[in-house]
Design a protein around this ligand. Structure first.
Ligand SMILES: N[C@@H](CCC(=O)N[C@@H](CS)C(=O)NCC(=O)O)C(=O)O
Length: 223
């Protein structure tokens, strides 16, 4: 049986959500983050040399990386109906959002969080200078790139119910986490009504509710 090694407030929520959508049996082992650094606990780090969440184990297998885990689970199930058919227009949207999430959006959010913390962590005499560097990096580099994504998401969801079209797919699970983080930290507010509609609709899914219940208090970090 699959065990999800579940780091609090992490991308691992997607794996719980997927397993719930598929109605699979699984175990969860909960791990805390270091309160000061937000890094995973030493116990979690022992699971794999890279030591980032999510990680699953299945027998002898130890597998990290969100999208690799998702594909592994889908392959294991076979007929799941959560991925559009090869050759359909939905497939293109599915591929785009699945990979934009992990390849572009999460890394931008991650950078935003890390550089934001730099200004807090440096010695007091460097803080004024560091604050300027952080503000400049956000203003000239990170915010414009993230805002491009927020606008694209809003425009896409004004024409489609879900990320790949009219049917819920795994792209919604992968993007769903980005959407939760975008609300907390990247300004995805009422200026983006279709994004808000998507969030309401995904939060109403019984499988997501169950994943949140198993997770406990959820304050997504993308870190
Ligand atoms: N590309 C990886 C990124 C994983 C990642 O950075 N996970 C964060 C949690 S959201 C993490 O493990 N942070 C704690 C740490 O690095 O110790 C994936 O998609 O799984």
């Amino acid at each position: 049986m699959i065990t999800v090694h579940h780091l609090e407030n992490s991308q691992s929520i997607r794996i719980l959500w997927l397993l719930e959508e598929l109605g699979m049996d699984y175990n969860i082992k909960h791990y805390e983050r270091n309160k000061r650094t937000s890094l995973a606990s030493p116990e979690f780090k022992k699971l794999h040399p890279v030591g980032t969440s999510p990680i699953i184990t299945d027998g002898e297998l130890v597998l990290p990386e969100t999208n690799a885990i998702i594909q592994y689970i889908l392959d294991r199930v076979g007929d799941h109906g959560l991925v559009p058919e090869v050759g359909s227009p939905e497939r293109i949207s599915y591929l785009y959002w699945l990979h934009a999430a992990q390849g572009s959006i999460v890394p931008l959010m991650y950078m935003q969080l890390v550089i934001g913390r730099l200004a807090v962590r440096v010695p007091f005499f460097l803080k004024p200078m560091m604050r300027k560097v952080v503000a400049k990096t956000n203003q000239s580099f990170l915010n414009p790139k993230l805002n491009n994504f927020l606008s694209l998401i809003e425009q896409h969801l004004s024409q489609h119910t879900w990320f790949a079209g009219e049917t819920f797919t795994v792209a919604d699970i992968v993007m769903g986490y980005c959407m939760e983080v975008a609300v907390v930290r990247s300004g995805m507010d009422s200026r983006y009504p279709n994004a808000q509609r998507f969030l309401t609709q995904m939060r109403e899914r019984p499988a997501y509710k169950m994943a949140l219940e198993k997770n406990g208090v959820f304050e997504p970090l993308a870190f």
